[in-house]
Design a protein around this ligand. Structure first.
Ligand code: DP6
Length: 356
């Protein structure tokens, strides 16, 4: 008699926005970075991926993934395969130790994922996507692994995904081991540590980005002369300064490092050949708006950062919300043709991420 039992687990994972950027791989196959990075996990109220993983001996065919209702070709996707193989191996180890455990590792997997924000528009969709995929399968397989141990798996799906398995402030240590065993993410402070820090997301464009991050960082590593200095001489010290700023809740220092690191990352993009342009006129207007806020306040009260796309993320402390929102409304009204929107601003919650 065949067993029709369907095993199922669901989870959600948040987006994270780096304040020290990951840009460049030292090993593309294992997805090992050239430098450490640090991010803030956003609240799941506004941006998240929801994933359900199921498996059954009654399922036929290969493992499958539906992303936003569209089938994805995961058989030829090496990154997804690397994650699935590792997770199945962990489950297999449990089954060997406990022969009465159902043989989930041999059953076809069905994965269903939904993003509640634009996919691949520079809004860290791959980070939330792979974090949710890894967490959902780890739950389905009842793996005992910690988020840091699972970060090794998520990293192989997409580098930034390893930072979305934790809430609050998360460092991804580049590590030095050739097999990547020390390239892991760890929470350096929970969201409750700095509850009045907030993020405003400016959706400048919801289109798919021009140069995907994997290809963009490869071009930068191969052609930019600025890149080596950034990875080797600038970021290591910045990581230490940023961790100290977060621990001390020193917003001015946090803001300066965040903006300098975003600018340094985009400078290496511009220094690549062919040059990579992620920012547009609205992005530059957002930078001006932040500078106006800071000038009006006479100190740093707002900070911008941009990933591989034109959308801006603005960090500020809650007590400065009126000034920041007012300046943004005014400056962006002056930009012709801008049809974007503000992200909703909601107070922090207990889920582990910063409200955006
Ligand atoms: C600019 O994590 O998308 O957002 O590892 O190739 O999937 P892959 O790259 P990905 O790159 C993110 C780059 C970034 C900076 C960051 O999030 O640290």
């Amino acid at each position: 008699m065949s067993d029709n039992t369907v095993y199922r687990a669901s989870t959600t994972a948040p987006v994270n926005i780096a304040v020290i950027k990951y840009w460049g791989k030292r090993d593309a196959a294992l997805n090992l970075p050239t430098n450490s990075s640090l991010s803030v996990t956003l609240s799941q109220k506004s941006l998240k991926t929801h994933t359900t993983a199921s498996c059954s001996a009654s399922y036929t065919g290969a493992d499958s993934l539906l992303l936003n209702d569209e089938p994805e070709d995961i058989q030829s996707n090496k990154r997804t395969q690397a994650c699935l193989q590792l997770l199945k191996r962990f489950r297999h180890d449990i089954e060997v130790k406990n022969p009465s455990a159902p043989k989930l590792s041999t059953m076809p997997l069905k994965l269903v994922s939904i993003n509640n924000f634009p996919t691949a528009a520079g809004l860290a969709s791959s980070a939330a996507g792979f974090a949710a995929l890894v967490r959902a399968i780890a739950n389905l397989y009842e793996l005992p692994h910690t988020p840091t141990q699972l970060s090794l798996v998520a990293r192989q799906g997409s580098g930034s995904a390893c930072r979305s398995l934790m809430g609050g402030y998360v460092a991804w240590r580049a590590g030095t081991a050739r097999d990547g065993s020390d390239s892991i993410a760890e929470e350096i402070a929970p969201v409750s540590h700095w509850p009045n820090l907030k993020a405003l997301i400016l959706v400048v464009s919801a289109d798919k980005k021009g140069v995907a991050s994997t290809a963009g960082m490869q071009t930068t590593v191969e052609t930019s002369t600025l890149f080596k200095t950034r990875a080797e001489s600038i970021v290591p010290q910045r990581m230490e300064e940023m961790e100290a700023a977060i621990h001390a809740k020193d917003f001015a220092k946090f803001a300066e490092i965040t903006m300098r690191d975003s600018n340094s990352f985009h400078a290496t993009c511009l220094d690549s050949w062919p040059p990579i342009h992620y920012l547009n006129d609205v992005s530059r207007a957002a930078m001006n708006a932040v500078e106006t806020c800071n000038r009006k306040a006479g100190k740093l009260i707002a900070a911008y950062t941009f990933d591989a796309g034109p959308n801006a993320v603005i960090y500020y402390e809650e007590e400065n919300e009126k000034l920041v929102a007012g300046v943004f409304r005014y400056v962006l009204q002056q930009v012709k043709g801008w049809e974007g929107e503000y992200g909703a601003q909601i107070p922090s919650n207990e889920q582990g991420g910063l409200e955006a």
